[in-house]
Design a protein around this ligand. Structure first.
Ligand code: EPZ
Length: 417
């Protein structure tokens, strides 16, 4: 397992190109199952999670090609709507194939994804929604067995689940009749999925709001589509720029996708300005502590919570973070405390008492965003060496992170096992 070695305290300076959004590309790949002809995706990030989804689609019979940013997906050869445990367990977003498979084949057998470090990650809302669309759902030996001819229905999600909203939009796009989803998730990745499906011939209105109406169509055709930029990667690089008192510009961003986050970043005293699709952060002075609560979009994104905890660890004053989306997403706190942070956890709230600086130390990554938090903490530490172990977590969501941070002036390298 590779380790990332960081000697911090160096201000990051320069520009970094954003990659396509992992959390948009994954449902887009699953949605290609609905197309009667090949699809082409541009701006696909080169990440382990993308390779996992590619492997699953190929295992089912799809013909895919992924070179650099460009991916072709021909899912017409798929004949067996079956997603095995050993592939789904490696990347829980593989579960996104359930909706498209049952919409296209009338049946599907997909492994339950299981939990992960940040929570039990149930899929009950996905399944209740599919039942509302006329699916019979059976759980057997760790698999979901879904069967039925989908027909339009009204369904209100108990929680604005991103994945469940995506599953139900994909399934409803080929159902007979009209489906109305209320309390739907509003993330930009859902709008990107709806844009892709509508280009394929679907009739989806309201994506990006809490009410989505889908009029099913009998056939969808393959199209070309460009994945939206990764807003979480943008936030991660901006926090790294702020915490090192640097001057960093993320290129090809979408400011509209980051409103709540940028508001909080500005509240720390960092100077943030945007010019077209570029967002620049400048933070010469010490940063101030803030309080934040993670919420479904357009609230503060849970996927930037761990990175902000690293920033607050060495800000002036005491800040709090309330995590309302996942039940166990403070795994980075103990590791940050090993670097000299002063973080106390009380239920779903973290109290962070800012310290003048963190100190380098060997730390262990536990999940994707926690590992990004530890890298940011290492970059901020003016003394000592930070060894972030188990960096396979970070490779799931960030492309060549150490190379791109080094290009901004960081003293960072990867030691391959
Ligand atoms: C997506 O996960 C993202 N992943 C996550 O990003 C992100 O943190 C999350 O949305 C929230 O924004 C992808 O898009 C691939 P949810 P998802 O369903 O869809 C509960 C990252 O770091 N829930 O919105 O799985 C669930 O337990 C990853 O890139 C149910 O109870 O998230 C959680 O507490 C991590 N029943 C909450 O909803 C369900 O059927 C939010 O989950 C579904 C979800």
């Amino acid at each position: 397992m590779d380790t990332i070695v960081i000697h911090g305290g160096r201000p990051l300076r320069g520009c970094v190109h954003l990659r396509g959004a992992k959390n948009a590309a994954l449902p887009l790949m699953a949605a290609s199952i609905l197309a009667e002809s090949p699809c082409v995706l541009h701006n696909v990030p080169c990440l382990h999670d993308i390779f996992s989804m590619d492997k699953l689609l190929s295992h089912m019979g799809a013909i895919t090609e992924f070179t650099g940013r460009y991916m072709t997906l021909d899912t017409t050869p798929i004949t067996t709507p079956y997603a095995p445990y050993d592939l789904v367990r490696k990347m829980r977003a593989s579960f996104f194939v359930l909706g498209p498979l049952v919409a296209r084949f009338g049946r599907a057998r997909v492994s339950l994804p299981g939990g992960c470090a940040i929570g039990t990650r149930p899929v009950d809302i996905h399944l209740k929604g599919l039942e509302a669309l006329g699916c019979s759902i059976e759980l057997d030996e760790g698999y979901v067995i879904a069967e039925g001819r989908l027909r339009g229905a009204s369904f209100s999600l108990d929680f604005p689940s991103v994945g469940a909203t995506e599953t139900l939009i994909m399934a409803a796009s080929r159902a007979e009749g009209v489906t109305r989803l209320t309390n739907a998730a509003r993330e930009p990745e859902i709008e990107d999925l709806a844009d892709f499906l509508n280009a394929m011939g679907a009739q989806i209105a309201g994506a990006g709001t809490d009410t989505v109406t889908i009029t099913g169509v009998p056939e969808l055709k393959g199209v070309e589509h460009t994945v939206i930029p990764d807003r979480i990667e943008a936030g991660t690089f901006l926090i790294a720029g702020a915490v090192t008192h640097g001057d960093v510009t993320v290129l090809d961003a979408r400011e509209a996708h980051l409103t709540s986050f940028l508001e909080k970043l500005r509240a720390t005293g960092a100077e943030v300005e945007s010019c077209g699709n570029d967002i620049r952060v400048n933070a010469r002075d010490d940063l101030r502590a803030v309080d934040l609560i993670t919420q479904p979009y357009p609230g503060f994104p849970t996927d930037l919570q761990a990175q902000m905890m690293a920033l607050l660890s060495c800000a002036d004053g005491n800040g709090t973070i309330k995590e309302t989306v996942f039940e166990n997403r403070f795994m980075q706190a103990a590791e940050l405390n090993r670097m000299g942070a002063d973080i106390e956890l009380s239920g779903n709230t973290a109290i962070i008492r800012g310290v003048p600086y963190l100190k380098g130390a060997p730390v262990m990554a536990s999940d994707l965003r926690a590992s990004a938090s530890l890298v940011i903490a290492g970059l901020s530490a003016p003394r000592g060496e930070t060894l972030v172990q188990r960096v396979y977590h970070i490779d799931r969501g960030y492309e060549r992170i150490e190379e791109r941070l080094a290009a901004l002036g960081a003293d960072i390298r990867r030691v391959r096992e």
